[in-house]
Structures are given as C-alpha cells and as structure tokens.
Design a protein around this ligand. Structure first.
Ligand SMILES: Nc1ncnc2c1ncn2[C@@H]1O[C@H](COP(=O)(O)OP(=O)(O)OP(=O)(O)O)[C@@H](O)[C@H]1O
Ligand code: SF4
Ligand SMILES: [Mg+2]
Length: 349
C-alpha cells in the first residue's frame, strides 16, 4: 500500500450567512463541511460522491487552500498546510491543484491559452520568459493538445479541449494531488471517456493522486481506487470501489447505487429506484441524531429505532479499509433492497 499523501482530520468549514446590505449581520452558519476525516495516498484516485449541496466542492476548495477551514487539520506528507503562510504556503499550494467543471472559471477569455497555462508559473516566478514558453508548450502536448493551440483563445476551443487546457494549467507546478471537481460532468459521454483516459494516463506518467468529485457513482467507479460518499457535510461511507459496488453498507450509498442508470433498457424499465423523500435538509440546520434519518428507507423498515433520531453514528471501521457511519450497517448490507440495487447496478460492474 502506498504512503499517505494527504490527511484531512475532523475538518469543518462553516460559512457564515449574512443578511442586510448595509449592516451585514450574521444570521447563522452553513455547515458545508462538518467533521470530515479522510486520507489520500500517493498516486491513488479517491472518488467523492454525494448529491448537490453535500459539501464536495467546499471540501475540495479547503484542501487546495481556496477557503479557510473553521476547524480541523489538513496535512500534506505530515505537514499542516492550513496554517502555513509565505513561502511554505506557496510551496504547499503548488502541490495541491484543482480543476473545475467549467474551465472558463480558470481561463481568462481575453487571454490566449498559453498565457493562462503560464500564469501559475509566473506567479511562482518559475524560469524566464523563454523557459516558461517552452514549459507551456510541453504541458499542452502532455494533455494531448498541439503546440499550435497555444495562441488560440478559449472561445475557439471545444469543451473537451478547454478541459485539457484547465488540466495543463493545474499541472504547470507539478502537483502531487489534483482535485478534479466535476471535471467531466459537463462533457458529452464520448468526450468524458477521452478525458478520463487522459487523467489515467497522466496519473501513470506523473504519479499523480486525484480527489475525483462527481454526482454520478458510475463515472466515479470507473476511475477510483476508493470511494467516499458524502451527505450533508460528512462522509457516511468510505471503501474500495469494488466493495462499495458489491456490498454497500450505508442506506444512502444504496440509494445512490439504485439511481445509477443501467445500460440495458429492459432492466432499466423493470427496476425500482429508491426515491429519497424530499430534498436534503439544510446544511444550516442538520437533523439531530443520524443526519440521514429524515430520508432513510432502512429506518422505516426497522420500525423507526429511536437511536437513529437521537445518536449521531460515527464513521467506524467495519472491515479492511472500509468505514461506515450507520448504526445498522449490517442490516443495510443484508437488506433485500440493497441486494436488488447491487444486482442491477453493481453486480455486473
Ligand atoms: N460561499 C457560500 N456561501 C453560502 N453558502 C455556501 C457557500 N458555498 C457553499 N455553500 C453551501 O454549502 C453547502 C455545500 O455546498 P457545496 O458547493 O460544497 O456542495 P457540492 O456537494 O459541491 O454541491 P454540487 O454537487 O451542487 O456542486 C451548500 O449548502 C451550499 O449552499
Ligand atoms: S443510522 Fe439509522 S437513520 Fe441513519 S442511515 Fe443508519 S438506519 Fe438510517
Ligand atoms: Mg460542487
């Protein structure tokens, strides 16, 4: 097993909610990330899934230093990075990079792409102008773009090409970890496959680790060694991808699995989806006890045990490399509902 690259421990990112334009009063906090512990090993891909608003982007942004943690720690090869400043912070930042769903967010429309890719090199004062230009051209080739692209503008590129440019820019400072936030979600399926292949090739060539964020469990499963499932600011299950697909142990994971599209239309038509009631509760006022209890299909089947509403289940180890935060994880794994979801989605994956 490879060494630990990044350790996140008891991380909280609480975002103040303000009202009023003149007197901006704080009226509450959104607990976007609320006690996350996980690690990423050298060269691995850790997938991160969860529905909209679960805190995936905020967790990614905190890891790369775009948003300050409220509490907890983020260590890179054992060194706390969230409190670094000056040169130490710059060095750590260069090792932790992020790629976004919309590459327009990181590419200035007025700049030729060479300038966008060069920008991190300039900020870090890497080399002189000629050396930087050479490095930019190398980076474009590395992500499968021709050197001729260097002087084009973002609007002249396709979505897939722009995503390659975003990646080239993220790789400019030779990071150890790239947080890929919905990096393929906006692309057509065939282009998605090309970018996923590129990510895998780069990982092999450069020894990169990824935190790969997506809504879609199927895409995450394709690329990840391990998968973390997030719900309302917390990790509810973390496990090797194969195990998560074969034997999910958190009722929320099971519902995500049951929502995976199945390629065979006859199977797709016949199967039952677990439709979670209602929207996720607000991250400003998460439910007491188990945060998932207001929508949990298993709780009902178990006759509404009081513990689900009163005691928060902690993420606990249930097997080699497997953790889950549910009081009834064994019951969840053994439930016929779970078995059906696995047969239809994961059993054949
Ligand atoms: N700058 C902000 N101000 C106020 N609330 C915020 C801010 N950023 C995030 N949030 C809130 O924090 C929670 C987590 O948001 P986040 O964007 O991290 O979720 P996500 O899992 O990435 O969602 P999505 O799948 O839609 O991208 C949400 O409730 C969101 O509304
Ligand atoms: S602890 Fe209870 S409510 Fe929470 S996921 Fe498990 S069974 Fe459902
Ligand atoms: Mg997001």
């Amino acid at each position: 097993m490879s060494a630990t690259l990044l350790s996140v421990e008891a991380l909280r990112v609480h975002i103040p909610v303000t009202r009023g334009v003149v007197l901006r009063r704080t009226t509450g906090v959104v607990r976007a990330v609320d006690g996350v512990t996980l690690d990423v090993r050298e060269g691995e891909t850790l997938g991160l899934v969860g529905e909209s608003g679960s805190g995936k982007t905020t967790l990614g942004r905190a890891i790369v230093g775009l948003v300050p943690p409220t509490a907890g720690s983020i260590r890179l090869r054992g060194v706390e990075v969230s409190t670094l400043s000056g040169r130490g912070a710059r060095r750590a930042r260069s090792e932790l990079q992020m790629v976004f769903q919309d590459p327009f967010a990181s590419l200035d429309p007025r700049w030729p792409i060479a300038r966008s890719v060069e920008e991190p090199l300039r900020l870090h004062r890497a080399g002189d102008r000629r050396e930087r230009r050479e490095r930019v051209l190398e980076l474009l080739e590395l992500v499968g773009l021709s050197r001729r692209m260097a002087d084009r503008y973002p609007h002249e590129l396709s979505g897939g090409q722009r995503q390659r440019v975003g990646l080239a820019r993220a790789l400019a400072l030779r990071p150890a970890l790239v947080v890929a936030d919905e990096a393929v979600s906006a692309l057509d399926v065939s282009i998605q496959a090309q970018i996923l292949n590129l990510l895998q090739r780069l990982q092999e060539e450069l020894g990169l680790a990824y935190l790969f964020i997506a809504h879609d469990l199927a895409v995450v499963h394709q690329i990840s060694d391990r998968i973390a499932v997030m719900y309302l600011g917390q990790i509810v299950e973390l496990s090797p991808g194969v195990d998560l697909y074969r034997e999910p142990m958190h009722p929320y994971t099971v519902s995500l699995l049951s929502a995976n599209p199945v390629p065979d239309p006859s199977v797709e038509a016949a199967r039952e989806r677990i439709v979670l009631p209602g929207d996720p509760p607000s991250a400003a006022a998460p439910p007491p006890g188990c945060r998932f209890h207001t929508r949990c299909w298993l709780r009902e089947r178990l006759g509404d045990p009081e513990i689900c509403r009163t005691l928060e289940p902690l993420l606990r180890e249930v097997g080699p490399g497997r953790s889950v935060a549910c009081h009834f994880a064994d019951e969840a794994a053994a439930s016929p509902v779970t078995r059906r979801a696995v047969d239809l989605a994961g059993g054949r994956a």
